[in-house]
Design a binder for this molecule. Sequence first.
Ligand SMILES: NC(=O)C1=CN([C@@H]2O[C@H](COP(=O)(O)OP(=O)(O)OC[C@H]3O[C@@H](n4cnc5c(N)ncnc54)[C@H](OP(=O)(O)O)[C@@H]3O)[C@@H](O)[C@H]2O)C=CC1
Ligand SMILES: O=C(O)[C@@H]1CCC=N1
Length: 277
Amino acid sequence: MKIGMIGTGNMGKILIEALLESKAISPADLLIQNRTLAKAIQIKEIYPAVTVLKTAKKVAQNADLIFLCVKPHDVFSVASDIAPYLSADKCVVSITSPINTEQLENAVSCSVARIIPSITNRALCGVALFSYGSNCTQEWKQALSTLFNNFSTPTEIADNITRVASDIVSCGPAFFSYLTQRFIDGAVEETEIDADTATKLASEMLIGLGQLLEKGYYTLPTLQEKVSVKGGVTGEGINVLEKNIGDTFNQLFQATQHKFEEDLQLVKNSLVIHKNI
Ligand SMILES: NC(=O)C1=CN([C@@H]2O[C@H](COP(=O)(O)OP(=O)(O)OC[C@H]3O[C@@H](n4cnc5c(N)ncnc54)[C@H](OP(=O)(O)O)[C@@H]3O)[C@@H](O)[C@H]2O)C=CC1
Ligand SMILES: O=C(O)[C@@H]1CCC=N1
């Protein structure tokens, strides 16, 4: 199977690295293209057997499975460029949350899916959120799930939880990096530890925490219970968190939902431009 990647920015590159480093596919089966071609050429310098194509049209003609790894406002322009070259047996995957599979199916006449990846897939772990188009064939559903299983936990989601699922899976790494950074900053400001040591200790702690959860030794509540010895220091710290976090995370999910509504409207506007309604 030939896989085409249109858009080799942040996420396109991460998917290429995950596909190749997990050995899900061979570099000879990968066709890549980007608006600024130099970005795709840089990837070929790392993986010489990858083919760089000059146009999205050529990717559509030569690949069986085509990933659209562009920003939401560019998806329909790329989809309408490639639509005439897609036979019914091909599959198009978009990776962005504000565009649903119905909108994709209206833009191209082949199997479609939306797969929202996560930066954690670069480490060949974490979740990829799957939504299949209503006309997506069983063969493509199986092929996509098998492909992503090499470097992620493919998880099918209902449309109504798209935003929150993506907040947790794809935005989550940024949120928890930010919180960890603030944790480190506090330690450096309040004690004699230096930033490098605090960063190293906090990073190792997070890796260990991930391993504990992966191995299933503890749930999140039992883990807190085990560490918070009665009358001990952890309890004092948890009290501070309880007093101050308040409804921060409610506000966070409200803010992302609000931004999502705006993004959905922008997508509708770009659909009008491409006359696909
Ligand atoms: N970042 C993340 O963690 C995640 C991102 N996503 C989604 O992935 C999508 C892409 O995000 P990201 O990779 O961060 O964005 P980037 O801006 O880094 O990448 C987008 C790429 O698309 C290219 N591009 C734009 N138009 C075209 C075109 N017509 N033909 C070919 N290439 C084109 C751009 O080229 P050029 O070099 O010319 O700008 C750029 O390299 C977003 O919709 C985002 O929501 C999903 C999950 C996680
Ligand atoms: O489309 C999305 O929801 C993702 C989450 C992180 C960036 N973009």
